[in-house]
Design a protein around this ligand. Structure first.
Ligand code: URP
Ligand code: ZN
Ligand code: ZN
Ligand code: ZN
Length: 486
């Protein structure tokens, strides 16, 4: 018989309600929720909120990109996540152009073996052929139900509209969810060359080459293509009002379009790129770039109103040394920033502590909505009997100042450094095993497991049925209604 652990004395905060109860765990699973529970081991949650572990739907660990690899691997990345209350991450498997999706997936499984917390993958469609078309079904059968498309990074990961349309239609047929990085890659590439020719070579050029309009246009285009294909759409790293507006409008028209702001875009702005220190500015280069502050209100409003559903990090950390590859040309600065350890504390501090989000909304956008959208609810994203015991005991009074000195990520800076956060995990459990104990990280490399995400039934079926009902049909005409000459 496995040990019974009880989390006692806390307030359970779920996406739909808050209530006082204890939680009993046996093995990896929540087995009982109620008052006055007892067990072999007790975790004290007095004065704390007990929430489902965070899920970060967007990370890049050891990602091969721009001639290098992102610095955090599955071990340090998932450890950073756990330290901040995130018990599951979803990475992106990126086949190189021409590579089999299945072969790429084997590589991703191999490099995730030392993960400390649970993980899943999205599959990227980086090229298009009959082989890719066929293999997409196998990928779904292997537990991956989402396919990412880059509309930017011309000459590298970018795919064209015809490829998007083909791939989205394939997603519709196999019960998968297409995702897009929405930026107009052609315009960005031309803008980059123009700025370099004008002598703008520093990190500020990065933001200038990809303004909000570039993201808004691509978001609209992806939404139109998804609508034509009859499939839902997930827009990653929604950073500005222009993109949010497109998503909001689509949803108002009844389309199933999801938007994912990042914690970086919610609290950081493009003044960082004008910092006189080159390293400081380059460390913040990511796509889409940090935006004018006015966009932040739009993103917060989207989370409040439900037109944006989830908060991610796009954790893709590069060391300063790696960033310096672009010392005299901003287009060579590896794109990406970290945030896995900071997403939940920063969102709590800037969201819940300011009244912009309720505690229940916080749980929804960091965990429950993500589990539902990615089709792993209620195994993940819930405190329910039978759910995985991925649990955060959250101390709303605990404070710290974010510093690279104390972080789990291997990079030597932090884009949130110097920020004081109030609201931190006291304990974190990953499938019943303590990964943070009284604020100390005790995560075990190799404990993390690949989480299979089954194909979508309902939404894709409903959409393809509606597509069929409303499909173009020819008008049947009797000979007597035709002109005599035919
Ligand atoms: O700059 C970013 N976001 N780097 C990671 C790759 C991507 O576009 O998501
Ligand atoms: Zn083409
Ligand atoms: Zn992206
Ligand atoms: Zn990304």
């Amino acid at each position: 018989m496995s040990k019974r652990t009880v989390i006692k004395g806390g307030t359970i905060v779920a996406a739909d309600r808050s209530f006082e109860a204890d939680i009993a765990i046996e093995g990896e699973t929540i087995v009982q929720i109620g008052a006055g529970l007892s067990g072999d081991e007790v975790i004290d949650a007095t004065g704390c909120y007990v929430m489902p572990g965070g899920i970060d739907p967007h990370v890049h660990l050891k990602m091969p990109f721009m001639g290098t690899h992102s610095a955090d691997d599955f071990e340090s990345g998932t450890r950073a996540g756990l330290a901040g209350g995130t018990t599951m991450v979803v990475d992106f498997c990126l086949p190189s152009p021409g590579q089999s999706l299945i072969e790429a997936l084997e590589g991703w499984h191999a490099k995730s073996q030392r993960a400390c917390g649970d993980y899943s993958f999205h599959m990227a469609v980086t090229w298009w052929s009959e082989q890719v078309f066929e293999e997409m079904q196998q990928v779904v059968d292997m537990g991956i139900n989402s396919f990412k498309h880059f509309m930017a990074y011309k000459g590298a990961l970018m795919v064209d509209d015809d490829e998007l349309f083909d791939s989205f239609r394939r997603c519709a047929a196999i019960g998968a969810l297409p995702m897009v990085h929405a930026e107009n890659g052609d315009v960005v590439a031309t803008m980059q060359q123009k700025l370099l020719a004008d002598g703008i070579r520093g990190p500020e050029g990065h933001a200038m080459s990809r303004p909000p309009e570039v993201e808004g246009e691509a978001t609209n285009r992806a939404i139109m293509i998804a609508d034509m294909a009859g499939v839902p759409l997930y827009v990653v790293h929604t950073s500005c009002e222009q993109a949010h507006e497109a998503i909001r409008r689509a949803r108002q028209k009844g389309m199933r379009v999801y938007g994912e702001p990042l914690i970086q875009h919610l609290v950081l702005d493009d003044s960082e790129y004008r910092n006189p220190d080159w390293d400081h500015a380059a460390q913040r280069v990511m796509s889409p770039p940090f935006r004018d502050k006015s966009n932040q209100d739009s993103l917060w409003a989207g989370l409040q109103a439900g037109s944006l559903q989830v908060v991610a990090t796009d954790h893709c950390a590069f060391t300063t040394e790696q960033k310096r590859t672009g010392i005299d040309d901003f287009t060579k600065i590896p794109n990406g920033t970290g945030g896995l350890e900071d997403r939940m504390p920063v969102l709590w501090t800037e969201g819940v502590n300011t009244g912009r989000l309720t505690k229940n909304e916080f749980v929804a956008v960091t965990s429950t909505n993500i589990a539902k959208i990615l089709n792993i609810y209620p195994q993940k994203g819930a405190i329910l009997e039978g759910s995985d015991a991925d649990i955060v005991v959250w101390d709303p009074r605990k404070s710290k100042v974010i510093s690279p000195e104390t972080q789990q990520s291997v990079v030597e800076y932090n884009v949130f450094a110097g920020r004081e956060v109030t609201g931190l995990p006291r304990h974190v459990l990953s499938r019943g095993t303590l990964a943070v104990d009284d604020g100390k990280v005790c995560a075990t490399p190799g404990h993390g497991r690949f989480v299979k995400r089954p194909a979508f039934g309902e939404v894709n079926k409903a959409l393809s049925k509606w597509k069929e009902v409303t499909a173009p049909r020819k008008v049947e005409r009797k000979p007597e209604n035709m002109p005599a000459c035919v």
